[in-house]
Write a protein that binds this ligand. Sequence first.
Ligand SMILES: Cc1cc2nc3c(=O)[nH]c(=O)nc-3n(C[C@H](O)[C@H](O)[C@H](O)COP(=O)(O)OP(=O)(O)OC[C@H]3O[C@@H](n4cnc5c(N)ncnc54)[C@H](O)[C@@H]3O)c2cc1C
Ligand code: SF4
Ligand code: SF4
Length: 416
Amino acid sequence: MVSLSDIVEQAMCIGCGLCQGISRGHGVMLEKSANGFLVPRVTGNVSLQDNAIILDCCPSCTLNTLPIEARDEQTRLDPIWGYYRRIVHGYAADDSTRFLGASGGVLSALAIYLLESEQIDFILHARASDIEPTFGEACLSFNREQVLQAAGSRYGPTAILVDIREVLDRGQRFAVIGKPCDISALRNYAHHNPAVGRQVRFWLTLVCGGFMPPAGTTQFLRDHSIDPGQVTKMRYRGHGFPGPTHIETTGGDQFDFTYQDFWGADYKRFTLPHRCKICPDSVGEMADIVAADPWPGGGPDPNNLEAPGNNVILCRTSVGEGLLKRAAADGALVLGAEGSPRLLNDYQPHQVARKYTAWPRLLGLKAEGRWVPKTAGLRIQSLAESMDRQFQTDQQDGMQKRVRQGKASDALVSDD
Ligand SMILES: Cc1cc2nc3c(=O)[nH]c(=O)nc-3n(C[C@H](O)[C@H](O)[C@H](O)COP(=O)(O)OP(=O)(O)OC[C@H]3O[C@@H](n4cnc5c(N)ncnc54)[C@H](O)[C@@H]3O)c2cc1C
Ligand code: SF4
Ligand code: SF4
């Protein structure tokens, strides 16, 4: 049986915070590891029951596709993108929401719409951390101003579920916006805590390529002669599409870099946590609505980085589709051309690659004696087996080599 320390030592923790949340911080606390990731440390006695729940719900132990009760006869299935009802382009109708958002501000616009139409009481999502400006942190937003303060993408460690039981204790209705692994964690927890099903009314997520390991961000800052210890503010994107990576320091200096500066030309600086490299669901299969970048070929046009923002929206459930329709009819969203899974493949080639590589990479981990998450419903085995044998062998061998080289241990940064 796997333990929390196995999860951390095998670099499978993504730092969602659910384990701390389930223990109410009494037995498990997230802390910064030597490599700068947020990972759990056992600080006291965790009851056998809580421990079993944590290990059942951790998104590195259990992943699945959209729950059967959220599907109906209008739900279609794409082998890469999962269950869906509608794929459509769109953006926030309000200009400032569109500008502040990471892409077209759709997630923020939906959050504001849900609050102002009193369909929920608050949003659980993430804002930039005041204490660790390169990190994100969990926040609850109750109004437009708070939602907009949290708009944009956080590419540093961001644990939105650290206080989940206190959040549920409020007894109010809410929507959650998180990365696909955050959504999986909370959906898993719904099997153990009925308050989740009662109170979470909308599940919203983003297509996720993974986040930048802290060492990668530190290196980026040093490469530009910025002392990481002096950073007071880091906005990764937003304020345009994708907008600049904006940094402020204690000395009052301000820096703006492009999206390509941050991730590197041809994404050469695109280092990822090990867990993201094997992510079996980074397209948010368990959410009502998924928002993504509609970038032909997979990246922004380097000659047009300040264009008005846009999203492509993948609607999986009737709840999500209803929300989208009402938000558009009531003037919160502008919806554009309909899309398709094929179009998403063009916009997100790295997500397509990840779905095909996930299974042989997991086999590689298993062959090296690592435990791997349960991935029922995610179709990754059949996707891999639709590729030629050499592809599968190369991916599996590559992962085994990484393990033997110590590149898949103790939340280490993955450098290729
Ligand atoms: C780590 C990461 C990787 C991504 N990779 C891709 C990708 O490969 N392809 C792609 O198309 N899009 C990717 N995105 C999503 C993209 O950047 C936009 O977030 C998405 O298109 C939604 O845009 P928006 O304008 O509607 O969002 P906004 O209106 O700006 O709203 C974003 C919402 O997400 C929440 N949020 C931001 N960061 C985090 C975080 N780290 N954890 C939890 N919640 C958070 C915010 O609180 C906010 O509510 C990624 C985002 C993140 C955070
Ligand atoms: S992934 Fe989440 S639940 Fe699992 S060990 Fe890490 S912080 Fe805890
Ligand atoms: S790639 Fe997967 S594991 Fe990594 S942050 Fe995104 S959803 Fe979570």
